[in-house]
Design a protein around this ligand. Structure first.
Ligand SMILES: [Zn+2]
Ligand SMILES: [Zn+2]
Length: 335
C-alpha cells in the first residue's frame, strides 16, 4: 500500500549555490514523485572538485552528484534499499544502453546534480534505473566512493587498457592526484600495471600516491616518455604535456574536465608520432560489481581519502575550505 501523498507544503533542507562562492541552506519543497521515479533520503554525498564552477557561477539545480542514501518510498519494492545514485539518466533501449554504455545514452543527456536536483539536500528524486544497490558490508561513508572515485577512474583504466595493456614497457604517468587520479593509481595496480608515476603540485596528495605505491614525478619533467598518460587534472598544461611525453604508439587518456577552450599546437612533437587520444566519461552501470570488488580489496586505501565529514549547516564553510585545498574527499553527512 502506498503511503498517503505528502502534503504539498512538505519541505526539506537543501544547499543553494548562489554564485560568487556563496552557499545558503534553505527550505525547498520535497520533490513530487512521478511514475518510474523514487525518492531517496540522502545519507552521504561526497564533495567534488567539479562543483567548484557551480560555487563560482551559481547552480540552476541543487548540486551534489556523488550520492548514497536509502530509498524512502513505502510500498515500493525497493523501499529502504541502500543505494548509490548513478547520475546519467539513460533510456535503457538505445544502441549505447543495449551495449551497456549507459553513461552515453543516445536518447537522454541529463545528469543528476547538474541538469536536475542532486544530493546536497535531505532528499533527491531519481529514476528507478539510476539506483545502484550497495551491499551491506560496504559502510555508508565509503559507498559514495563507488561513483567518481572508483567508477570513473576504473572505467578510464579499463578502456585505456584495450589500447595500452599492462605488461613490459607499459609505464604510466598519472597527472593530477585528486580522488580520481588516486583512484586511477589503485585501478591500474589492480589490473597489473606496475610502473606508475604521479605528478601533482600538491605534496600532501603526492604523499598519498606514494603510500599507494606510485612514485612522484616532477610536474615540469618532459625528459621521460610514457606508454600511457592518464590526465586527471583537467589542466591544459598537463594535457599538452601528456601529448609531449606520450611514447609513439601510446595513449593520452583525458579524464579531467575543463570547460575553457583548449589550444593544441601542432608542432613537430605532435605531428611526428602515432598516438591515441582517448576521452572517457563516468562509467557503465554494469561495472558496479567490479567496482565493489575494487573497494573491498583496497578498503583502507580508499577510506584514507575521506578526510572530513560534516552536516548540511556546515556545508557553506566546509565547501570553501575544500575549494581552498584543505580536503581531499570530504563528505556531507545528512544523518
Ligand atoms: Zn564528482
Ligand atoms: Zn539509451
Amino acid at each position: 500500500m502506498n503511503r498517503p501523498a505528502r502534503e504539498l507544503s512538505a519541505t526539506m533542507a537543501a544547499a543553494i549555490f548562489r554564485g560568487n562562492e556563496h552557499i545558503t541552506i534553505e527550505r525547498v519543497p520535497i520533490p513530487r514523485v512521478d511514475e518510474g521515479e523514487v525518492l531517496v533520503r540522502v545519507g552521504k554525498t561526497a564533495l567534488c572538485g567539479s562543483d567548484f564552477k557551480l560555487w563560482h557561477k551559481g547552480a540552476e539545480f541543487t548540486a551534489g552528484h556523488e550520492i548514497f542514501g536509502r530509498v524512502e518510498q513505502p510500498g515500493h519494492r525497493l523501499h529502504d534499499q541502500r543505494c548509490c545514485i548513478y547520475i546519467p539518466l539513460h533510456c535503457g533501449h538505445c544502441a549505447s544502453c543495449r551495449r551497456g554504455d549507459t553513461q552515453m545514452c543516445l536518447e537522454v543527456s541529463s545528469l543528476i546534480g547538474w541538469n536536475r536536483p542532486g544530493g546536497y539536500a535531505e532528499y533527491v528524486l531519481v529514476p528507478e534505473n539510476c539506483l545502484l544497490p550497495v551491499p551491506d558490508d560496504i559502510e555508508d561513508r565509503l559507498a559514495p566512493l563507488l561513483l567518481d572515485t572508483i567508477g570513473t577512474s576504473a572505467h578510464a583504466v579499463r578502456f585505456a587498457g584495450r589500447t595500452v595493456p599492462p605488461g613490459e614497457g607499459s609505464s604510466v604517468l598519472v597527472t593530477g592526484a585528486g580522488p580520481v587520479g588516486l583512484g586511477v593509481v589503485l585501478a591500474l595496480q589492480a589490473v597489473g600495471y606496475d610502473d606508475i608515476l604521479v605528478s601533482d603540485p600538491n605534496e600532501e596528495r603526492l604523499d598519498i600516491a606514494r603510500s599507494f605505491g606510485a612514485r612522484p614525478h616532477p610536474t615540469d619533467d618532459t625528459s621521460r616518455l610514457f606508454a600511457l598518460i592518464v590526465e586527471c587534472s583537467g589542466a591544459h598544461a598537463a594535457r599538452n604535456r601528456g601529448i609531449n611525453v606520450v611514447l609513439p604508439g601510446g595513449a593520452v587518456v583525458l579524464v579531467g574536465e575543463n570547460a575553457a577552450p583548449w589550444t593544441i599546437t601542432e608542432d613537430k612533437v605532435f605531428r611526428r608520432k602515432d598516438f591515441h587520444m582517448i576521452r572517457t566519461f563516468y562509467f557503465p552501470k554494469s561495472d558496479l560489481d567490479l567496482n565493489i570488488a575494487l573497494l573491498r580489496a583496497h578498503k583502507n586505501r580508499y577510506a584514507s581519502l575521506i578526510d572530513a565529514e560534516f552536516g548540511l549547516d556546515a556545508l557553506p564553510d566546509a565547501f570553501a575550505r575544500f575549494a581552498h585545498g584543505e580536503y581531499v574527499k570530504p563528505l556531507l553527512a545528512m544523518e
